[in-house]
Design a protein around this ligand. Structure first.
Ligand SMILES: [Zn+2]
Length: 257
């Protein structure tokens, strides 16, 4: 399984920056988890191939480029973009994003081939198939209803927490997998911002280490969702944990599991 966290910002020299404002993870150049920056920084191949987008939740940093991704492809789509989301998320998207005022309601529009967006509702806790992947959704703890996922291609499984505070179920499900190759886990704020992290339901490095203690064994752990403003501080605190299986996921790098 190939997995890439797409860049969402550029540095002064015009190159992709490590700062992660938005989240989109593309699996095997075909399936996207979240669409924070998908339209802004996907490759040509990914633009041509990604027709399934699975949403963890509806916070803007996870859906910001969803309207543009569909807009960009509108005339050329021969099949709709399938947005996999819970019924609550779909309601929010239709009410607050695709409401004709923020952006056109693509669900009411067609091109010469037919529909351009198709909602694929899933219930939190369910397992469903997306392209070549089996996706297990696991409700996590965040300010809005949110899900983490364990994606499996039949050979390897990778867990992605999305945004979450402390949780148990996701770690339990990870421990039930024999083929778990990696866990992508969020850690948004440094330790001295634990109060804000608690209020916004995110993790800090100290909580991250407590969460990882719930995992059996030492699978490869890749940390995502570091708030750009505190990135260096969070990296320092994660390094200080001294956990040899834990590293910060490199934005833009293609990982193979
Ligand atoms: Zn969020």
């Amino acid at each position: 399984m190939r997995l890439q966290l797409l860049p969402s910002t550029i540095d002064e020299d015009g190159r992709a920056s490590a700062r992660q404002h938005l989240l989109s993870i593309v699996i095997d150049d075909r399936v996207a988890i979240d669409a924070g920056c998908l339209a802004f920084s996907c490759s040509r191949k990914q633009r041509e191939q990604v027709r399934d987008i699975i949403l963890t939740h509806t916070h803007l940093d996870h859906i910001a480029s969803l309207p543009m991704f569909i807009d960009d492809l509108f005339a050329s789509l021969t099949s709709p973009i399938r947005v996999h989301a819970t019924p609550e998320m779909i309601e929010i998207l239709e009410r607050d994003i695709f409401n004709w005022e923020i952006y056109p309601r693509f669900s009411e529009l067609t091109n010469s081939h037919g529909k351009v967006i198709e909602y694929m509702p899933f219930e939190g806790g369910s397992t469903f198939t997306v392209e070549h992947l089996s996706i297990q959704s696991i409700p996590v703890n965040h300010k809005v209803a949110a899900n983490g996922f364990i994606a499996s291609d039949g050979k390897t499984s990778v867990a992605i927490t999305g945004d979450t505070a402390t949780t148990d179920e996701l770690w339990r499900e990870c421990n039930a997998r024999r083929d778990l190759a990696a866990v992508l886990v969020e850690c948004a704020f440094p330790n001295d911002m634990a109060e804000l992290a608690g209020a916004s339901q995110h993790l800090v490095p100290k909580l991250l280490s407590q969460e990882l203690a719930k995992l059996d064994g030492s699978p490869r752990v890749l940390v995502i969702n570091l708030k750009p403003m505190y990135r260096e501080k969070v990296i320092g605190e994660i390094t200080s944990l001294g956990l040899s299986n834990v590293e910060v996921l490199e934005v833009g790098r293609v990982y193979e599991f």
